[in-house]
Design a protein around this ligand. Sequence first.
Ligand code: FES
Length: 75
Amino acid sequence: MYVCLCNKVTDGQIRAARREGARSLECLQTRLKVATCCGRCSDFAEQLLEEDSLACVSADLAPGQPCELPPCVAG
Ligand code: FES
């Protein structure tokens, strides 16, 4: 599903970026150009980042074990 129509970015691309370390809208803007035109997609893009963070916490991790993801790398 397209999240950012202006830049043709899908939810799958945002989730993939999250798995690769994107943790903020600014990082998504740098990596995928999400919300760099009209900005109407910014809230939903941030929501997807947050949902994936919650999913990470509930994944196969020991209680209290943080989700280890690589740092956000622009590119
Ligand atoms: S829909 Fe994403 S910038 Fe316009």
